[in-house]
Design a protein around this ligand. Structure first.
Ligand code: PLP
Length: 420
């Protein structure tokens, strides 16, 4: 499919067919395509300067944006480091955590390891892939990746909060002297199949990492900027991490930009000897056009009270998922704000999955595409994450197409399987 143009939640291909963008162009478009204020902000910035370097100097929109992000972020995350993509934002946090322990007031040079969660996804660069835990993405590159302390995915369906926190505490008790940081996707692990952590997990992890002197990296590349119903997922459990990684929706999904935020204590470790700089940089980090798009995105989010307005859409999405709850081919529906998932199984039993070769998720998505709605599956999990600006009618259409397509494809497959 080749996209020629777009408007609002609609993508148009070269033949003029239109498709509802049901996963925000890979979880990043926040306020619709061709959003007038973002378009205008980029045009205005183009009349000033398209790019100037962040190495040794700065540009106005990047400076203003840093202040806006610091004001919005939880706690004392006042310092902002820019890169151009989510993987690099995580890479930056990993390296910053390492360098911090090398040169903080009481250096702990053996703190060089990371704790990461099973089925985590933090990007595709070698550092972010090392902390990632999805075999099929990164197994080929294993010889190039560094070892991490891997905990099982804290899937709220598999075990209790107490179990997962006890498991973490045991690891911290035994190894905290070697561990620089723990990295996680707060509340929901996206690429794992929208797997939700038990309520209280994030807060528990924060308490334990503080107690054992391990830094916490929150990867909010997906959850940031209102997707969970709050500006940042960390706010849902009143948590301030040591690093907050932002990307994707930061520019409304318009231009490549990411940011790693940290606190004064970590920042100040980079001010003196032995190395008074963070040894990392990207040519286009803090690009003025991207920063202008990000500022306009924040303006729209705040001026139009998008988070308040999205409450009605979140409710509507819950009603749509409710219609699927007793469906014979749906094991579970999950939702956090405007992030939703539908897990397909032959019966309602989660243990009994469709054989991989059936590609049930892809089949349903193809059927939906035929009916004018584009979403992408994570294997047998259908992900629904439209722009927050989606209207009630558009969301209703998405819901109807989803339900019809699941019915049709699952019935077709059931009849093929039973006739074999
Ligand atoms: N972190 C998370 C949680 C993600 O889901 C992704 C991408 O989907 C990334 C990091 C990597 O971001 P990017 O693709 O911009 O490098």
């Amino acid at each position: 499919m080749v996209i020629d143009c777009a408007e609002g939640v609609w993508l148009y291909d070269l033949e003029g067919n239109r498709y509802l963008d049901g996963v925000s162009s890979m979880w990043c478009n926040l306020l619709g395509h061709r959003q007038p204020q973002i378009d205008q902000a980029i045009r205005d910035q183009l009349d000033r300067v398209a790019h100037s370097t962040s190495l040794g100097m700065a540009c106005t929109p990047a400076v203003v944006l840093a202040k806006r992000l610091a004001d919005l972020a939880p706690g004392d995350l006042q310092h902002v480091f820019y890169a151009s993509d989510g993987s690099s934002a995580v890479e930056v946090a990993l390296k910053m955590a390492y360098q911090y322990w090398q040169q903080c007031e009481n250096p702990q040079p053996v703190k060089t390891k990371y704790i990461a969660l099973g089925q985590a996804y933090h990007g595709d660069t070698l550092g972010s892939a090392s902390v990632g835990g999805i075999e099929r993405f990164h197994a080929l590159f294993k010889p190039l990746l560094f070892d991490v302390v891997r905990l099982p995915i804290p899937d709220s369906r598999a075990n209790t909060l107490e179990h997962f926190l006890a498991e973490l505490e045991e690891v911290l008790q035994n190894q905290h002297g070697k561990i620089a940081a723990l990295v996680l996707e707060p509340l929901v692990q996206g690429a794992a199949g929208m797997v939700f952590h038990p309520a209280g997990y994030l807060r528990g992890v924060r308490e334990l990492t503080r107690r054992y002197d391990v830094l916490l990296i929150a990867d909010e590349i997906v959850t940031g900027f209102g997707r969970t119903g709050r500006m940042f997922a960390c706010e849902q459990e009143d948590v301030t991490p040591d690093f907050l990684c932002l990307g994707k929706s930061i520019t409304g999904g318009y231009l490549p930009l990411s940011a790693t935020l940290t606190c004064p204590e970590i920042f100040s470790a980079f001010l003196g000897p032995p190395t008074n700089t963070f040894l990392h940089g990207h040519t286009y980090g803090g690009n003025p056009l991207a920063a202008a798009a990000a500022l306009a995105t924040l303006d729209v989010l705040q001026d139009q009270q998008i988070l308040c307005q999205s409450e009605a859409r979140i409710q509507q999405l819950a009603e749509i998922l409710g219609r699927l709850q007793s469906h014979t081919h749906v094991a579970e529906t999950r939702q956090w704000g405007m992030i939703a998932a539908v897990e397909l199984t032959p019966g309602r039993d989660q243990e009994n999955a469709y054989p991989e070769e059936i590609k049930i998720g892809s089949r349903v998505c193809k059927e939906m595409l035929r009916r004018g709605v584009w979403i992408r599956p994570l294997r047998d999990v259908l992900v629904i994450m439209p722009p927050l600006s989606i209207s009630s009618d558009e969301l209703e259409l998405l819901g109807n197409v989803l339900l019809e397509s699941i019915d049709l494809v699952c019935e077709e497959i059931a009849s093929v399987v039973s006739s074999v």
